[in-house]
Every structure is written in C-alpha cells, then in structure tokens.
Design a protein. Structure first.
Length: 339
C-alpha cells in the first residue's frame, strides 16, 4: 500500500512539474511575435492613413488630402482612386494593424535621411505598408510630392496582384482550359464567368450579375492584323474587331470606342513582357449603352503574333465602378505566357 501511494505521489509531482515548466515556457515566449498573421481587412482601394493630429491640420496634412483626391482613370463618373480612413499613431493598434493598405507618415527630428520604406505582409497577409519618414514637416512635404506617384502605384498594383493571385487558386476550370487550348498563354476566370463566343482567334467571356456586367475579350492573330502599335492603329483594330464580334441588342448595333472621351496610352509589364495599355470608354453604336474599358496589346515579332486582352464594365445602376474595373484588370493580369 505504501509503495502504491508513493508511486501516486511521484506521478502527481511529475504532472505538477510539467505544468509549471509549460507555464514558464509560454510566459518566456509571450513577448515574441507570432508567426501567424491574419488576412488583411478591407477592400481593394481602401487606404488607412496614420498621421498625428498636429501634422494632419498643417501643410503636410493638406498636401496629403490633395494627393488623395486622385481619381480612378477613365471612368464615366468622377470616383476617387482610394477611400481613406485617418487615425493618429496612438490609435494605431489591434485591428487597425490588419488593414489591407497602410500609409504611415512619420516625422522624427532624429532621422538622418528622408525616405519611403515599402513593406509587405507586415502585420497581415496580403498587406501593403508604405512609411514616409522625414526629419521635419517641410522635408515631409517635399518627400511626399516627389514620391506620391510611386506610392500610389505601389498600393494600386498590390491590390490588383492580390486579386489576380486569388483568381489563380479559385477559378472556372473549363474557361481556363479553353484559353490554354486556344491561345499561347493561360488565364484564370473567377466562377461566374461564362463563354459567350469563341472562334479560332477571338473569345468573349462575361460575368453577368444583378446590376452589373463584366466582360473580357481575347484575340490572338498574325502581326499583319494591325497597321502599327500607335494609339490610332490600335484603336482602329479594336473597333473593327468589336464591330465584327460584339453586337448590341438592337439590330445593326455593335460595341465600339467612345470617341468623345480621351483614351490614354502607356506601356506596362505583364507576364514578363512589355505591353501597350489603352484606357477609355466604350459605347454601343445604335443603342444607349456604355462604360469603361482597359486593353492590353502585345506584339511578338519573333512568333509573328499579335495579342489583345480587353476588359470592360457595364454597370449603369452602380454609382461606383472602380471596384469592377479592378476585377476585370485582375483577370487580365492572370495571363501567363507559354514558354
């Protein structure tokens, strides 16, 4: 009996010691940052500004307010590129640290250099953080003026990249197989898209929802399809392609480019190549329909190939269309060229 009680006492002491050691271990590790990071909160285009009250009400804050008036490009109605929320540094804790896009405006007189630091996944997954650091309010104004175009592109491109990445994980397999089989690249479409039309060179895919219609056109042909890569030549090709392939609801109507609105042109990097981007408005000739579009054009002289990827939005009942344009742009940017 004594031996039995002795063994029980030993087991109790062993359990007690194990519990104490575990508590000490957890306490010792409690100050270490966790490797787990939650998913970022907020929608693409939302931006959290962290700047103290004393600077928000001065020239620094006024400049930032003016910069944040940038509009989303090529929309039929005025719409801000970013939707902002502003807090002070003493509020920047807990859930605020998990915002998708965060801009920190830090003015510290002990700094040696004025700079912008860009960080990803700082406190959350799919998070983008930019910190403006300057020695004085006056130098912060100069830094902000110089770096704003890069900061703006940093957030915008990160949102598009995160959306495109999510589409490559959750997509319609039939549409992905159609693109992969018909063209020299792959693309991924979220579920809800349907194939409306396809031939050996042209495909039309669309997602029709309540109150909105998002669409993508894909074309690939020989280089002699186009007369050149200037804006006029690309627009001329675009209009001929849409006239032949995208009819409107009324007899004889067809999609084309709205020529009473400026079309912007620039070069971008996509799928490791240099493409030409066009942005503007489309309309249906012979009907009262229209909306924004973005086109990407690739000239591959080595393969004697010309590629056009186009995304458009029709959402007449929706006041804000920037989110829809982000969606179709993200679909286009899932493009991966075959090696």
């Amino acid at each position: 009996m004594k031996n039995y009680m002795h063994n029980v006492d030993n087991r109790i002491w062993l359990i007690a010691i194990t519990i104490v050691v575990s508590i000490i271990f957890v306490a010792a590790c409690s100050d270490k940052p966790s490797k787990f990071k939650p998913r970022a909160m907020g929608s693409p285009g939302e931006l959290l500004i962290v700047i103290d009250d004393k600077h928000w009400s001065t020239e620094t804050g006024q400049l930032l307010k003016n910069l944040l008036k940038d509009e989303f490009p090529a929309l039929p109605q005025s719409e801000l590129l970013f939707r902002k929320t502003r807090i002070a540094f003493n509020q920047f804790q807990r859930h605020f640290r998990t915002y998708r896009n965060i801009l920190l405006v830090s003015i510290r007189d002990n700094e040696h250099t004025n700079r912008v630091e860009y960080r990803k996944q700082e406190w959350a997954q799919n998070q983008s953080v930019a910190e403006l650091i300057a020695k004085s309010p006056e130098e912060m104004v100069v830094l902000m003026q110089q770096k704003w175009p890069l900061i703006k592109a940093f957030y915008y491109n990160a949102d598009i990249s995160n959306m495109a990445e999510s589409y490559t994980h959750q997509y319609d397999p039939e549409l992905a197989n159609h693109i992969k089989t018909a063209y020299s690249f792959s693309m991924y479409f979220p579920k809800g898209y349907k194939l409306k039309k396809a031939d050996h060179q042209f495909s039309w895919l669309a997602s029709e929802r309540v109150g909105s219609h998002l669409g993508v056109f894909v074309y690939q042909g020989a280089l002699d399809s186009i007369d050149g890569v200037d804006a006029n030549s690309l627009l001329s090709f675009r209009n001929k392609l849409l006239c032949a392939n995208v009819p409107g609801e009324n007899k004889g109507s067809f999609m084309t480019t709205e020529n009473h609105f400026p079309v912007t042109m620039k070069k971008i990097r996509l799928a490791g190549k240099e493409w030409v981007e066009l942005r503007g408005l489309w309309k249906v000739q012979g009907d009262f329909m229209g909306g924004p579009f973005v086109d990407y054009f690739l000239v591959d002289e080595q393969a004697n190939q010309f590629t056009m990827l186009s995304g458009y939005v029709y959402a007449p009942a929706k006041e804000k269309k920037g989110m829809y344009m982000r969606e179709v742009e993200a679909v286009l940017k899932t493009c991966v060229l075959k090696e």
